[in-house]
Design a protein around this ligand. Structure first.
Ligand SMILES: Cc1ncc(COP(=O)(O)O)c(C=O)c1O
Length: 394
C-alpha cells in the first residue's frame, strides 16, 4: 500500500486497533501478547485506568500552557523525581533525544560556568544509542544512522565499553563529560558492569567531568529499581529519562544536580511543549504506581521468573538460542538467526510481539504490570516460534 508517510520505518503488516494490559487487538480481531511495550514505553500496559483517569482529568482542565507560566503538576513531578534520586532539578522535554540534548548542553554550560569554556566534548561508547537528532546520532556514533547526512556533528569521542584505560586515554583538555547507558538497549541489552561505572565515576571526579547516565530505556522501574543505577550504587551528575516516564504519553526529562546545572539560567534552554500539563499529569500518574517498593519488588520477581522461563526455552533450542541476558524486565535473547526473523516468527506463528536489536538480540520488554500467567504464555509462544524456525531450517 502506498502511503503519504515519510518511508523511514519498516512497519509490520498488522493493524492494531486497541489495547488492554499486555494485549493488543488487531483489526481482524486477533489478539497479540505485547512483550515489546512500544519499545519499553507502555510501562503500565495499555488503557491503565489510573493513567486514563489522570489524562481525562487534566484534559478537562487545561491541555497546554506555555512555560512562561507556572505548571504546578510539572513542579510536583520535578520534586518527586529529584527526591527519588541524586538530582536537585529537572527539565522536561518531549522525547529521549531532546532530553539528551539538554544533558549535553548542561555539561557544556557547566564547564563554561566553571571557567573552562574549552571543555565541550563528550566521551560516549560504541554500541550506544542516544537518539536521532544530529547531535545525539553523533553521540551514538553508529555509522548506519550517520551515513549520508554530511559531516557528523562534532564534539563526541567514542570509546569501547568496559575499557577504562581507553577512556582515560581519550580524556583531553576539551573533555566536558562522559555519557553512558547503564544498560545498552538498542545494541542488544548489554548491562554495563558495576566496576566500569564506578571507574567512570572516579575518573569524572578526578578530572572535573560530569557523568551522564542515559536511562531512557532502562529507567522508570524497568530493572526492578526506579532507576537502573540505583541497584549499582553509582550515581551520575545528570540523568535522562523518557519512554516509560509517560507510559505512552510523550515526555522526556533531564535531571541534574544543582552543581552540574550551574550554567543553566533563564534563556539557556527551552521547549514549547516540554512539560506540557497533559504530559506531566500522566507522568505523575505513572510515578504513583511505579515508585512503590512492593511494585518494584514484583518487577524483580517477575523479571527472574521470565529469565528462568526463557533459559528453559534456550535449553530446548540450543542450536538457535545462544544466551538470555539483561536485568529485571529488560531482557534479550541472543540467537543464531537475525532478530528480525525471531520477531516475525513470534508475531506470525505465536501472536507475540517483541523488538529486534543489534548483536542478533531480540528484546523482551513486557509492560511492568505483566502477570505470571502472561509470562508462562510468552514462554509457550517462544517454544512455538523456535520450533517453527528449527523445522524451517531442517
Ligand atoms: C537509551 C536511549 N536513549 C535515547 C533514545 C531516544 O529516545 P527518543 O526516540 O524518544 O528520542 C532511546 C530510544 O530508543 C534510547 O533507547
Amino acid at each position: 500500500m502506498t502511503s503519504a508517510l515519510l518511508p523511514v520505518f519498516q512497519r509490520a503488516p498488522v493493524l492494531f486497533e486497541y489495547g488492554e494490559g499486555a494485549w493488543l487487538t488487531a483489526s481482524d480481531g486477533e489478539r497479540y501478547l505485547d512483550f515489546g511495550a512500544g519499545i519499553a514505553v507502555n510501562a503500565l500496559g495499555y488503557s491503565h485506568p489510573h493513567l486514563l483517569a489522570a489524562l481525562e482529568r487534566q484534559g478537562r482542565k487545561l491541555w497546554h500552557l506555555s512555560n512562561v507560566y507556572r505548571i504546578p503538576e510539572g513542579e510536583r513531578l520535578a520534586e518527586r523525581l529529584t527526591s527519588a534520586c541524586f538530582a536537585d532539578v529537572a527539565f522536561f522535554a518531549n522525547s529521549g533525544a531532546e532530553a539528551n540534548e539538554c544533558a549535553i548542553k548542561i555539561a557544556r554550560r557547566h564547564q563554561d560556568a566553571c571557567g573552562r569554556p574549552e571543555r565541550w566534548r563528550v566521551i560516549t561508547f560504541t554500541g550506544a544509542f542516544h537518539g536521532r537528532t544530529l547531535a545525539t546520532m553523533a553521540a551514538g556514533g553508529n555509522p548506519k544512522y550517520l551515513e549520508g547526512f554530511g559531516p557528523m556533528t562534532d564534539g563526541f569521542d567514542l570509546c569501547p565499553l568496559e575499557d577504562i584505560e581507553a577512556v582515560r586515554a581519550s580524556v583531553g583538555s576539551q573533555t566536558a563529560a562522559i555519557m553512558v547507558e547503564p544498560i545498552q538497549g538498542e545494541s542488544g541489552i548489554r548491562p554495563v558492569s558495576h566496576t566500569f561505572l564506578r571507574q567512570l565515576r572516579d575518573l569524572c571526579d578526578e578530572q572535573g567531568l560530569l557523568l551522564i547516565f542515559d536511562e531512557i530505556q532502562c529507567g522508570m522501574g524497568r530493572t526492578g529499581h526506579l532507576f537502573a543505577h540505583q541497584e549499582l550504587g553509582v550515581a551520575p551528575d545528570v540523568m535522562t529519562l523518557a519512554k516509560g516516564l509517560g507510559g505512552g504519553f510523550p515526555i522526556g526529562a533531564c535531571l541534574a544536580t544543582t552543581d552540574a546545572a550551574r550554567g543553566m539560567m533563564p534563556g539557556a534552554h527551552g521547549s514549547t511543549f516540554g512539560g506540557n500539563p497533559l504530559a506531566v499529569a500522566v507522568a505523575n500518574a505513572v510515578l504513583d504506581v511505579v515508585h512503590d517498593d512492593s511494585f518494584l519488588a514484583e518487577i524483580r520477581r517477575k523479571g527472574n521468573l521470565l529469565h528462568t522461563r526463557l533459559e528453559e526455552v534456550a535449553k530446548r533450542f540450543p542450536g538457535l538460542i545462544a544466551e538470555v541476558r539483561g536485568r529485571g524486565l529488560m531482557l534479550g535473547i541472543r540467537t543464531s538467526h537475525p532478530p528480525h526473523e525471531i520477531v516475525e516468527a513470534l508475531r506470525t506463528q505465536a501472536k507475540a510481539l517483541t523488538i529486534a536489536a543489534a548483536d542478533n538480540v531480540t528484546r523482551v520488554l513486557p509492560p511492568l504490570i505483566v502477570t505470571d500467567e502472561e509470562i508462562r504464555l510468552f514462554a509457550e509462544c517462544c517454544d512455538a516460534a523456535f520450533a517453527y524456525l528449527s523445522k524451517r531450517a531442517a
